[in-house]
Design a protein around this ligand. Structure first.
Ligand SMILES: [Zn+2]
Length: 576
């Protein structure tokens, strides 16, 4: 980068800039007056401008604690976080402008921090966790707190497994003593059972007020004594009665407090100093604190109230029950997609086992070969989603014709690709007034497209609407949604009788699953009030190559992915 033009530009703009060295690195030094203080900012020279240029504050101790700065004791500088996201586009072709702009931002941040003490204090609280992480022992593993409330509560502590570097086994677990995790087959329970007996105790301590995080890790003891004043009398008494009376060589305190950026959680690990031989109670005053070594620890909440919304699930779907019939290429994708939205209960039904012929268009891994598909999927889903209940059945669609069972679900999704069985099942639902909505979904071959039909009982439109013959309005045998003309032999056959299959890729299955899951979620969220249909239209390249023909619907269709009304005016059931 051409630093002489940058230097000239900044000088012309009235800054006192000089080329210098900082810790043997070439640097720019800028002297300025900020809120009545003489301030020196240092910029370490870069080869290339790839982000907003940054400036360090020299000798930060002189100014007291300024929000959005982090001190580096060794170098006697503080970094200044002007918070420019990566998404801000930098004009790297005119770097002097970027320098001027960035310098302005740095100075105005310091100006505010130095002149507006109320703002400064508030910002220090807002960035509490950044400050806490700064003083945290880098070797200390993550502490996962499984509590779902912020009140005083005793925790059993499971320390990390020895020698484990990655995964949940590398984390501390803090588990409420009255812990009951549902569903029973959850990765959490699995984990807790495998870890063995708790190795220590701790507790959750709500604070009525919070002060900025300690500036340095050596300030932690004083800071802790200060924070004891912000524990309510009730909680302090409980703490004295429990951990204060328990003799041990270690304790874990998990604090929470309200900050301008929401409820903040953090922790302190107490460990008896090496020369102290006899176990002691949790130190709650200066005198007792002498025996202990304190370490700041990072607390992560591992409960559904926190994890689900934060990681993109919809909590309102937790109480929804879905029956998914068919766990093939489309069905297995749907199962994963539904689970990822936050649905709480999924029942899978499929009589088939997973075979090598399924491998490339199925979500299951090769080690599930010869497993029942439902069982493999259940195992995978349980591993991934801690708050999902998965039940399995090995029934075909037509063996599920029990209205009492069907009526217990909020939605039934059928992904078996058999129009005949699907229409027979539909007839059963009509005759027995099954109240649950049903989605039928299928993929067509050769990448031409896929479809999903949502039949909500007692609303306009039904599955039969999707089977009205477009020519003579009679009940058709193939769906009028299809993009491939009927009566073409579309299946391929590699090994003789019973081995015919429809050629389509996993990508086609995925697309079809996506329109289906989207339709399902919109329905479960109460956004659809009448029966609907949706299709995705792919290219006809492979169809033409293979010498097949497309329908008029394909040629005219321009509403890919749009949810459309299902009602067909020629449907005899809907026009009774
Ligand atoms: Zn109809």
């Amino acid at each position: 980068m051409n630093y002489s033009s940058i230097l000239n530009h900044l000088t012309n703009r009235g800054y006192k800039v000089s080329a210098t060295e900082f810790c043997l690195f070439p640097a720019l030094s800028i002297e300025c007056s900020v809120a009545g203080y003489d301030v020196t900012l240092i910029h370490l020279k870069d080869e290339e401008l790839t982000a907003m240029p940054s400036f360090f504050l020299k000798s930060p101790d002189k100014y007291g604690r300024i929000a959005h700065t982090l001190e580096n004791k060794t170098l006697n500088v503080a970094s200044i976080c002007v918070n420019v996201p990566d998404s801000v586009s930098i004009n790297f072709e005119v770097p002097e402008r970027a320098f001027e702009e960035s310098l302005k931002r740095h100075i105005s941040l310091l100006e505010r921090g130095l002149s507006d003490s109320k703002w400064n204090e508030e910002e220090l609280l807002r960035e509490f966790l950044a400050g806490w992480n700064h003083i945290q022992d880098q070797k200390y593993e993550d502490f996962l707190c499984l509590s779902d409330k912020g009140e005083f509560e005793l925790l059993n502590i499971l320390p990390p497994k020895k020698g484990v570097k990655y995964g949940l086994n590398a984390c501390h677990f803090g588990i409420p003593q009255e812990f009951k995790q549902k569903p029973q087959f959850s990765v959490i329970n699995d984990h807790i059972n495998n870890r063995g007996k708790p190795k220590g105790i701790g507790c959750i301590v709500p604070l009525e007020k919070l002060i900025p995080a300690p500036w340095q890790s050596t300030d932690l003891e004083e800071w802790y004594l200060e924070i004891l004043k912000f524990i309510s009398q009730d909680v302090f008494e409980s703490l004295t009665r429990t951990l204060g009376q328990t003799r041990d060589h270690a304790f874990w305190l998990v604090f929470n407090a309200d900050t301008p950026s929401g409820k903040t959680w953090f922790g302190i690990h107490f460990h008896l100093k090496n020369n102290i031989k006899s176990k002691k109670g949790l130190p709650l005053n200066r005198e007792l604190l002498e025996f202990w070594e304190l370490k700041a620890m990072n607390v992560r909440l591992f409960n559904k109230e926190r994890v689900m919304p934060r990681s993109g699930a919809i909590q309102e779907l937790q109480n929804k029950k879905v029956l998914l019939v068919g766990c093939g290429s489309v069905g297995s994708q749907i199962a994963n997609q539904l689970a990822s939205t936050g649905i709480g209960h999924i029942t899978l039904s499929d009589p088939e086992t997973f075979s090598l012929d399924n491998l490339y268009r199925h979500t299951l891994a090769a080690h599930y070969i010869s497993w029942p598909k439902t069982w493999g999927l259940q195992t995978e889903l349980n591993n991934k989603y801690p708050w999902l209940e998965v039940q399995i059945m090995f029934s075909e669609l037509l063996s599920l014709r029990y209205e009492n069972v069907l009526n217990t679900f909020d939605l039934i999704i059928i992904a078996i690709g058999s129009p005949t069985q699907e229409r027979i099942f539909h007839d059963y639902c009509i005759k027995n007034s099954v109240e649950t909505a049903v989605i039928n979904t299928w993929v067509e071959g050769y990448g031409i497209g896929g479809h999903a039909v949502l039949d909500i009982p007692d609303t306009k439109g039904c599955l039969r609407c999707a089977y009205v013959d477009p020519i003579n309005f009679s009940r058709g045998l193939v769906s009028n949604l299809n993009f491939l003309k009927p009566n073409q032999i579309l299946t391929k056959n590699l090994a003789g009788c019973g081995n015919a299959f429809l050629p389509y890729s996993n990508l086609s299955a995925l697309q079809t699953a996506l329109i289906t899951s989207n339709l399902a979620i919109k329905f479960l969220m109460g956004q659809l009030h009448s029966s609907s249909k949706v299709s995705w239209k792919g290219s006809d390249f492979d169809v033409i190559q293979a010498g097949f023909q497309v329908t008029d619907r394909y040629t005219q269709f321009s509403k890919s992915l749009e949810i459309l009304p299902l009602l067909n005016s020629g449907c005899d059931l809907c026009n009774d």
